[in-house]
Design a protein around this ligand. Structure first.
Ligand SMILES: Nc1ncnc2c1ncn2[C@@H]1O[C@H](COP(=O)(O)OP(=O)(O)O)[C@@H](O)[C@H]1O
Ligand SMILES: [Mg+2]
Length: 435
């Protein structure tokens, strides 16, 4: 405003000074004819007579300009000034009009962009909530309203109230997920898988939080079909790997019967058949473990004992003190979970001494077991598919470690979360409920 004021003042001084100078020169031109002070006063009067209308015209323009600039400040860019002057004031009014045009165009562009963003946000299936520093929802898209508000607008409500009204497991997962986390929740009797994430950022100098929740179930169904195809392929491959040599060995054994001098080969043939059969049995055992998971036989187990037993099979570092209270779990099943998770962490490509296991007491009286690493973490695709049976990104993988672990944790009434860590690597958390 100050700069504009100076500008206006300059614009005012220009033409008036010019007019005054011209008039004075004209008056002075009459000098020899006039006599003394009376002549000078007459010249001044002439000057004022010429200037006054110009001065009040300039005032009007300046007042209009001031109004216009004030309305700019109030965000109204609609006021245009029509002044037909070729002097500095005219130029100033032109500049004023140009600034107004530019601001109007920019506002229209911003409005259109906001409209586009709004349409996009309401169209995407990812539930999106923007929460202000006061904890109130500033924006909710259609998916968020459907998931958390029975279709109603959530703007203006406290995020805590919105989450309190949602299914407890969903609310807990949404509020505790720092970066992208995967979890399953029973909604209307159906198991639904979600990915939740939370980002914080500064907007207008204040902290805002963006909650994103993506329903993965339809996508997972598609992956399940792929997983089944993959399973059939693996089973087919393993069966053939064993059956083809057994078939040819049986033929060899038959021909040995016809040639008693080759009897010594029978021993070798039977040994190979036995080896193939036991390989097949071990393979089938592995799959049966997944298909026929026994119900957990829970008893009190000390975390220190459980971790110690697994550490001998798959080494890891223990992070922080372990709870002294015992957990009520099936020790052999939970050992299996820990082995699978630590094995994955050790295969994640990070330093082995960064593979850490921690157990802490949960706020609800249960426990939170976490296995973390500093490996490659999971990209979107892997995160989406890691819990699908038979999904593997490893040449020798079975794709059963994580789904099996998740099944076991759920059989204990708990939840398994996958979450990329800030600074790289993966954190797998198993929340176990109180006994
Ligand atoms: N700690 C981890 N870091 C990065 N990726 C992982 C981790 N654990 C599991 N994964 C990914 O999830 C996939 C499935 O894991 P899992 O079910 O244990 O099967 P497998 O280990 O036999 O591949 C792995 O192939 C890998 O791509
Ligand atoms: Mg594994």
């Amino acid at each position: 405003m100050k700069a504009t004021g100076t500008l206006l003042a300059l614009a005012l001084v220009g033409p008036i000074a010019a007019a005054a100078a011209a008039t004075t020169v004209a008056a002075l031109g009459l000098g020899p004819l006039a006599t003394g002070g009376a002549g000078l006063a007459a010249a001044l009067l002439v000057t004022l007579a010429v200037m006054l209308p110009a001065l009040s015209g300039a005032r009007r323009i300046l007042a209009a300009l001031e109004d216009g600039v004030r309305s700019f400040r109030a965000g109204d860019y609609s006021l245009r000034l029509a002044v037909d002057r070729k002097d500095e004031l005219g130029a100033l009014v032109d500049i004023y009009n140009q600034i107004g045009d530019t601001l109007r165009d920019e506002r229209r562009d911003i409005f259109q962009r906001e409209l586009l963003l709004d349409t996009l946000l309401h169209g995407v299936p990812v539930a999106t909530l923007l929460v202000g520093h006061s904890g109130r929802v500033l924006f909710s898209n259609r998916a968020a309203r459907q998931l958390l508000g029975h279709g109603r607008r959530l703007e203006g409500h406290k995020i805590a109230d919105v989450l309190a009204a949602a299914p407890a497991e969903l609310a807990e997962a949404v509020s505790s997920a720092e970066s992208d986390a995967l979890f399953s929740v029973r909604l209307d009797g159906e198991e639904e898988t979600f990915k939740a994430g939370r980002r914080t950022f500064q907007l207008g100098g204040q902290q805002h939080t963006l909650y994103l929740v993506e329903r993965l179930t339809p996508e997972l169904r598609r992956h399940e079909v792929e997983a089944w195809k993959n399973a059939v392929r693996i089973v087919n491959h393993e069966l053939n790997n064993s059956l083809a040599p057994i078939r040819s060995l049986v033929n060899s054994a038959r021909s040995v019967l016809d040639k008693p001098e080759h009897r010594h080969r029978l021993e070798e043939i039977f040994a190979t058949v036995a080896e193939r059969v036991s390989h097949l049995a071990a393979f089938l055992d592995g799959y049966a473990a997944f298909a026929r998971l026994p119900a957990p036989r829970k008893r009190d187990v000390l975390w220190a004992d459980l971790l110690e037993r697994v550490r001998h099979l798959c080494p890891f570092a223990v992070d922080g003190p372990l709870p002294s209270a015992p957990a009520c779990i099936d020790p052999s099943l939970m050992e299996q979970v820990l082995i699978n998770l630590v094995k994955n962490a050790r295969e994640s490509g990070g330093p082995l001494d960064e593979v850490k296991v921690s157990v802490r007491a949960g706020a609800d009286g249960g426990f939170v077991l976490a296995v973390v690493d500093r490996g490659r973490g999971m990209d979107e695709e892997v995160l989406r598919r890691a819990l699908v049976p038979f999904y593997t990104s490893k040449p020798q993988g079975t794709g059963l470690g994580l789904p099996l672990s998740s099944e076991i944790v759920e059989a204990h009434g708990g939840r398994l979360h996958l979450e990329n860590r800030a600074g790289g690597g993966l954190a797998v958390t198993c929340r176990l409920p109180p006994r």
